[in-house]
Write a protein that binds this ligand. Structure first.
Ligand SMILES: Cc1ncc(COP(=O)(O)O)c(C=O)c1O
Length: 340
């Protein structure tokens, strides 16, 4: 039995999802004529109380489109130093939009309204880049699946309104946060100009993200997506997976969170584990006491036991639970950890 815990993106479609994909009605989505893509977009827009939505091949492209919509070359966006848009999107912020990032030293990938306010460049001081956008991430990937306090997000919204800044949410794992904190998509839709959500992470789809916003913004996004090469033809096969996942795979995320907590508890009791970051959702970030064992040896030893986990740099290791991590695998993995 191979146990892959490197990411929640490693899942394969379930039988139900495959059936939904195979029976999808499709058309050419570049002509907006794929009925299943249209249903998915309407469904997600409605969930978030937004006018429109657009289906994307990846979370990266959905975020990069959001950034492109809200900025002009030479502008600056504000984000946490851990932000995916800054660290893991290949420098797309500068490549695609000609924008720089003002990085904030936040807590587990989350920043405060006060920090945002202090990071805004005065608009009349023409020596500095013009601040035009604030990007936040929920849950935070590099921050270990941490969930925001929605009250802080509301405070940041006020700052954005006051300073005329756009507000984008990288909600790749927003489903995990909403399930964990009993929050609604509508509450998030009210706060942000654009939100990207991934279908290919905790929800178990093979491909797909959705960007939501106003009709005007999504019309512009359609053009940007085309320029980025993200116009897909019979994409309904993929959208059908998304619809199935939204109907069947959201509530079950609590199971991934429970398993992650249980793994964390076992890790905490191992003599060679230095720290385990608080576990709120499906991501576990921890450090090995390198005076006892290096992270590399730990990863290799797990590999010999058919378990794959991943390093995050700076001595940190990451485990992510997901739809394909079964109860049986969980039992086996906990035993492996206890007997290493
Ligand atoms: C927080 C966050 N945002 C965006 C993305 C990008 O998604 P994709 O891999 O579909 O481009 C990821 C992927 O891991 C992520 O963790």
């Amino acid at each position: 039995m191979h146990i892959n815990l490197i990411s929640d993106t490693v899942t394969k479609p379930t039988k139900g999802m495959l059936d939904a994909m195979m029976s999808a009605q499709v058309g050419d989505d570049v002509f907006k004529a794929d009925p299943t893509v249209n249903v998915l977009e309407e469904k997600v827009a409605k969930m978030f109380g937004k006018e429109a939505a657009l289906f994307f091949p990846s979370g990266t492209m959905a975020n990069q489109t959001g950034i492109k919509l809200h900025t002009h070359p030479g502008n600056q966006l504000i984000c946490d130093k851990y932000a995916h848009v800054y660290n893991y999107e290949g420098g797309g912020v500068s490549f695609n939009s000609g924008v720089s990032c003002k990085l904030i030293d936040g807590h587990r990938g989350m920043i405060t309204a006060r920090q945002v306010e202090a990071a805004i460049n005065p608009p009349d001081f023409y020596h500095s880049p013009l601040t035009s956008l604030v990007c936040v991430e929920n849950t935070t990937n590099k921050g270990g699946g941490a969930c925001w306090d929605i009250e802080e997000l509301k405070k940041i919204k006020k700052v954005c309104l006051h300073h005329n800044l756009a507000y984008h949410l990288d909600g790749a794992r927003l489903w995990n946060a909403m399930v964990q904190k009993s929050e609604t998509p509508l509450a998030y839709g009210k706060l942000f100009d654009t939100i990207s959500v991934c279908l290919s992470k905790g929800l178990g789809c093979p491909v797909g993200s959705v960007l939501v916003g106003s009709k005007e913004l999504m019309n512009k996004a359609l053009r940007v997506r085309k320029i980025f090469g993200g116009g897909m033809r019979q994409a309904g096969f993929l959208a059908a997976a998304g619809i199935y996942a939204l109907d069947n795979h959201v509530e079950r995320l609590v199971d991934d969170h429970k398993k992650a907590k249980e793994i964390g508890e076992v890790l905490l009791n191992l003599p060679y584990i230095k720290t385990v970051e608080p576990i709120e959702t499906n991501i576990i970030i921890f450090e090995i006491d390198e005076s006892v064992m290096t992270g590399e040896v730990f990863v290799d030893t797990l590999k010999e036991n058919n378990v794959q986990i991943i390093g995050m740099g700076q001595g940190k290791l990451r485990i992510v639970t997901h739809l394909d991590y079964t109860n049986l695998m969980h039992e086996k993995f906990l035993n492996i950890l206890k007997t290493l």
